[in-house]
Design a binder for this molecule. Structure first.
Ligand SMILES: NC(=O)C1=CN([C@@H]2O[C@H](COP(=O)(O)OP(=O)(O)OC[C@H]3O[C@@H](n4cnc5c(N)ncnc54)[C@H](O)[C@@H]3O)[C@@H](O)[C@H]2O)C=CC1
Ligand SMILES: O=C(O)CCC(=O)C(=O)O
Length: 546
């Protein structure tokens, strides 16, 4: 048996022995998608990890020749011949196929009735080429080793797409949160935190966690508190182990709405682009655009806020238990208030219950899946009538669904771009935690004095020039927008501008990449190409060996 076959064989054996439901693939061959992924564009019954692996390989095949070429001009190293360059690209690509580590935990918790239950949790680090790794924490029955692999790899590519210097991580606990009391959820979260910390999977410099499905700032506060009082006791940066914290615990203004805000910024770049809109038979701009939203949780709620603010009309919203529609547009504030009170969107008096087969297949300009993965499969994609899809959720479209959408000329803004607002603002929050200072705190008063002096100076100079002859005073009255900014950027301004700039830049980069590689409207592949190139360069410069 030669060495490579032996390695593959023993890895497969050991994975089987531990009952893992993951296949370790043979190394990717340059120019080819691994044979076991080839039929995924026809077959919807594939794992979440397979989906992401397919997207990665599809883009790898597009970009690897460029990477091989670029190595010719690499500085600070001896020249590499063609074989060495190909080998290097292949090695780094095979490294990217795998997850650096996936931790599986089984721990007991005491239920309120004094019985004990074993809880299963996971924590994945997909790639540690940039540290810390970051990702969401999901509490859901769908959490498995496979979904952690998939979500953490999405985080690696997402961070690279928008230029956030984190590796890809992700965590989860396999529970249905509706079956546990708040006290039980707190015990589960705190115990999970201890287990992660014990095993080196938590810490502001190592592995940081933010909210994902069915978790929010409450869980982040518990994690921060548990870590800070135990393993992080002597670490002044301990609170940086979580992102998406409550504002009172060192969170940042604008984190809660960041996913909606970021998705809007990204859509805005495309919706205002005459050429893209013309190719979809739409007018540029937001006026009269209709949209349907799937999922009215932390992501969906803020997507609705930003899009309706711009004048788009929300004509349908659905959750896991059903949907509501209104051809006249659903009022954001009223729906938010209603859900806050009733805990559901169903029964909202400002819309009608949806009676059709699948709300996301109804006619609209923009569809925003903001619920969970794999809901747009081949069959659903065939029925979709929207012209643009902006993926708020992670992995909402299967590769088979994606193929159908592309063939129907539907513009898909992929998850690793469209929902990157959350991790972008989480990065700002992490910086704030490490700085122990909120943005603007030291400079706002100075900025106000400086701006007031500037106005005075202009007034004095004008009066000196014109006033001498005419003895007039020329008061300079600041306009309302200038008056609002007289203190310089406050924290919410830094977040707002930092996020908008990040999303706009990344969106334009994707448009350029799609052009450079002749990808047409396949922006998912363009996003992976961008991400792979960046991660490759980081790993190549640093080297694979210790
Ligand atoms: N929270 C975050 O910071 C980020 C979340 N995401 C992704 O966005 C998606 C939603 O996350 P959150 O809003 O945080 O979750 P959430 O827990 O706040 O809300 C989830 C929503 O999805 C709905 N839903 C669940 N299954 C559904 C189904 N089969 N059909 C229709 N609706 C369904 C639920 O009713 C709920 O309204 C997930 O894929 C998540 O990974 C992406 C980026 C950041
Ligand atoms: O940054 C965070 O808070 C988590 C982000 C996340 O879960 C995601 O982007 O999928």
């Amino acid at each position: 048996m030669n060495a490579r076959i032996f390695l593959t064989f023993t890895r497969k054996q050991s994975y089987r022995r531990y009952g893992y439901n993951l296949q370790i693939r043979s190394f990717a061959e340059l120019g080819k998608i691994p044979p076991e992924l080839e039929d995924i564009q026809e077959d919807d019954n594939r794992s979440f990890t397979d989906m992401i692996q397919f997207n990665f390989h599809k883009a790898r095949v597009v970009v690897e020749q460029k990477l091989i070429e670029n190595l010719k001009h690499q500085k600070n190293t001896r020249p590499l011949n063609m074989i060495e360059r190909r080998r290097k690209v292949r090695n780094i690509m095979s490294y990217l196929e795998h997850c650096d580590s996936i931790l599986e935990l089984n721990f007991p918790i005491r239920r309120d009735d004094d019985t004990y239950e074993i809880i299963k949790g996971y924590k994945a680090m997909h790639k540690c080429h940039k540290m810390p790794v970051a990702g969401g924490l999901r509490f859901d029955k769908s959490v498995t080793r496979d979904s952690m692999f998939a979500l953490s790899s999405l985080m690696t590519f997402k961070c690279a797409t928008v230029g956030i210097p984190f590796g890809g991580g992700g965590g989860g606990i396999s529970i249905d949160t509706t079956k546990y009391s708040v006290d039980e959820l707190e015990r589960i979260t705190r115990r999970y935190t201890m287990e992660l910390a014990k095993k080196g999977h938590l810490g502001p410099e190592l592995d940081i966690i933010g909210p994902d499905m069915y978790t929010n700032d409450r869980e982040m506060a518990w994690i921060m508190d548990t870590y800070g009082k135990t393993f992080g006791y002597k670490d002044i940066n301990a609170r940086g182990c979580v992102i998406g914290k409550p504002p009172n615990q060192g969170g940042i203004q604008g984190r809660e709405s960041a996913m909606g805000h970021g998705l809007f910024n990204c859509l805005d770049e495309f919706v205002n682009n005459e050429d893209f809109m013309k190719s979809l038979d739409l007018n540029a701009g937001w006026k009269d655009k209709t949209f349907i939203l799937q999922g009215f949780g932390k992501v969906g709620i803020h997507v609705m806020k930003y899009l309706t603010r711009k004048g788009a009309k929300c004509i349908g919203v659905c959750g896991h238990a059903g949907g509501i529609t209104s051809p006249f547009g659903i009022n954001y504030n009223e729906l938010k208030r209603y859900k806050g009170k009733k805990g559901t969107i169903l029964g909202f008096p400002g819309a009608q219950p949806y009676k059709g087969k699948n709300l996301i297949c109804e006619p609209c300009d923009i569809l925003i899946p903001a619920a969970t993965e794999k809901l747009i499969n081949k069959d659903v994609a065939q029925e979709i009538k929207a012209k643009i899809i902006a993926e708020g959720a992670n992995g909402p479209t299967t590769p088979a669904g994606d193929k159908v959408l592309l063939s129907k000329n539907i513009l898909v803004l992929p998850d690793i771009l469209a929902n990157a607002g959350g991790i972008t603002v989480s990065y700002f929050e992490w910086l704030k935690s490490l700085n122990h200072l909120s943005f603007g705190r030291l400079t706002n008063k100075y900025e106000k004095d400086r701006n007031s002096l500037l106005l005075q100076n202009v007034q004095l100079e004008l009066e000196r020039h014109f006033g001498k002859q005419n003895k007039v005073t020329i008061p300079i009255v600041p306009s309302t927008p200038f008056q609002k900014r007289i203190y310089g950027p406050r924290e919410e301004d830094v977040v707002h501008y930092g996020l908008s700039w990040t999303m706009e830049k990344a969106s334009r980069e994707l448009m350029n990449t799609a052009k450079e590689f002749n990808l047409g409207a396949d922006f998912r592949t363009a996003a992976y190409v961008c991400a792979i190139e960046k991660v490759f360069n980081t790993i190549n410069e640093a080297g694979l060996n210790i």
